[in-house]
Design a protein around this ligand. Structure first.
Ligand SMILES: [Zn+2]
Length: 144
């Protein structure tokens, strides 16, 4: 029986819990920063020897989420100053700076597994993830 691919939302949800987006298995990390090469549940390859794309992807997810949180923090500051007494700006800046440094470290493994979900969705699930380097080649600009 062919496994029905999970939808993007489901995969993202799994990734957000540091679970394998394809099969939902946990325990994908050897340590906070070290992801296993393959999923213990479905053998999905997370990273090959030269998959810098995964690092970049996790970085991008991290950057987007961190920026979003910073925007929320700014928004919170604006709301706080509109509603009540002017808040302590220094305190807010310290929180924002600390947050944008510490949060990505905390969030890194989540960004990593979320990115796997994106990769899966972009490459049409399953085994196309493996060996796509070879298949992809330089065939750009063919569409449209
Ligand atoms: Zn899996």
């Amino acid at each position: 029986m062919a496994q029905k691919p999970a939808g993007l939302m489901k995969m993202l949800f799994r990734g957000a819990r540091r679970h394998c987006p394809r099969c939902g298995s946990g325990k994908l990390f050897e340590s906070w920063f070290k992801m296993k090469e393959r999923c213990p549940g479905c053998d999905l390859q997370f990273e090959g020897p030269a998959e810098e794309g995964f690092f970049l992807g996790a970085f991008t997810v991290n950057f987007v989420v961190t920026s979003g949180l910073l925007l929320l923090t700014m928004f919170g500051y604006i709301v706080a100053s509109a509603v009540g007494d002017p808040p302590n700006l220094v305190r807010w800046v310290v929180v924002a700076v600390l947050g944008s440094v510490l949060f990505p470290i905390f969030f890194y493994p989540f960004a990593r597994s979320i990115w796997v979900a994106f990769e899966l969705a972009m490459h049409n699930m399953d085994d196309s993830l493996k060996g796509r380097r070879g298949a992809q080649g330089h065939a750009r600009g063919a569409g449209r």
